[in-house]
Design a protein around this ligand. Sequence first.
Ligand code: ADP
Length: 226
Amino acid sequence: MIRVKNVRKVYPNGFVALDGIDLHISRNEFVYLVGQSGAGKSTLLNMLYKAETPTSGDIYIDNISLSGLAPKQVPYLRRSIGVIFQDYKLLPRRTVYENVAFALRVMHFSRFRIRRQVAQVLELVGLQQKMHNYPSELSGGEQQRICIARAIVNNPPVLLADEPTGSLDPDTSWEIMQLLSKINARQTTVIVATHNKAIVDDIRKRVVAVENGRIIRDEQLGLYNP
Ligand code: ADP
């Protein structure tokens, strides 16, 4: 479903962030991207939804070449890929409901569909009781749940998470990862860039390790350190 072919990324200042990345991810896989800070994990995730473009090489999603995508097709690619970050990037003056509904409003969904899908996804992440609260009234774990709800409200086949537990305590991190596993079990490909050794070693999945812009290890049911 996702094929990364010989991708190299050189930033404008000359820094080589990715160097010859080859990666194949099948539909409905769950993959941890691990590696030290600066290894290139975010750069790789950003390429998958065309927030960054490779300097050379290409990425194919369902056999569609991202380098061949016309600018007007990029919004359609982004609709098929939900993204969550360490810093939640929520709209502070909108309620939980509005933060999640916003993604569907820009896609011109009907009011009926918006109401139904937002209610369903808030139930999935366990936040239906907080629907009328503002983000500042919620804990970090709850804010991350809103982000997850927002990212998957239109049922994208792929969910990317960049350090989703980076600001959370161990118990809350565990809950967030369990939620990502649950979403994976609902036929969503999930790719998580993480430093969280405890979770990678506990909730065992495929582990792709990146170092200095290269993949140095790719193991099914891997550990954070070999
Ligand atoms: P990770 O997510 O593994 O921490 P990143 O993909 O964020 O790593 O960064 C990889 C490397 O590329 C780092 O050394 C970082 O400083 C560098 N980098 C990231 N963005 C830019 C940029 N816009 N310009 C130059 N260097 C960058």
